[in-house]
Design a protein around this ligand. Sequence first.
Ligand SMILES: CCCCCCCC(=O)SCCNC(=O)CCNC(=O)[C@H](O)C(C)(C)COP(=O)(O)OP(=O)(O)OC[C@H]1O[C@@H](n2cnc3c(N)ncnc32)[C@H](O)[C@@H]1OP(=O)(O)O
Length: 159
Amino acid sequence: MNAIQDTYPDELSHCYGCGRLNPDGLQIKSVWNGNEAIARFTPRPYHTAVPGYVYGGLLASLIDCHGTGTAAAAAYAAAGREPGTAPYLRFLTASLRVNFLKPTPLGPELIIHGRVKELAGRKVVVEAWIEVDGETTVQGEVVAVQAPDHMLANLLRRD
Ligand SMILES: CCCCCCCC(=O)SCCNC(=O)CCNC(=O)[C@H](O)C(C)(C)COP(=O)(O)OP(=O)(O)OC[C@H]1O[C@@H](n2cnc3c(N)ncnc32)[C@H](O)[C@@H]1OP(=O)(O)O
């Protein structure tokens, strides 16, 4: 199945965390399986906090963009619509909470999980966590709000 970010229109695909058209970005890919969304990311050696461990800001970015991606995928699924179809269901981070439970080792692939806690109106609350070598090292919550119509209209007009 396609990653939700691969279904975003070009004009909305420049995000540093998850835009497929941002060559300098992280290009996170979140795949919805009907129950949760999963992303996989292997940090580079320069994503270091202290030697051997991943920088927390990167981990927060993974939770952030995987959260908005999970929100988009879940919103399309809840509406019974094909992901990426217009009118676009594209979400902004209104709130991001991250708890670093233990240091995250740098080297192995990280698995980022996202599950919907609440979906109502334009708001989706996503709980997300990062797993590495079978252990959860980071746990977070994203409040994602659907981009307002006027914002979307502006962005889609500009490119
Ligand atoms: C369009 C493509 C964009 C690509 C984005 C890539 C992802 C990102 O990194 S986004 C960057 C960081 N985020 C931002 O810059 C967002 C800045 N904030 C905003 O633009 C606005 O505050 C925005 C759009 C999030 C919400 O504003 P608005 O649309 O007026 O929301 P509003 O109608 O008041 O509220 C909608 C719902 O969200 C809830 N909500 C809004 N803000 C928050 C918040 N900070 N915390 C918790 N809940 C919130 C409201 O309570 C309301 O809930 P309910 O429906 O249950 O009453």
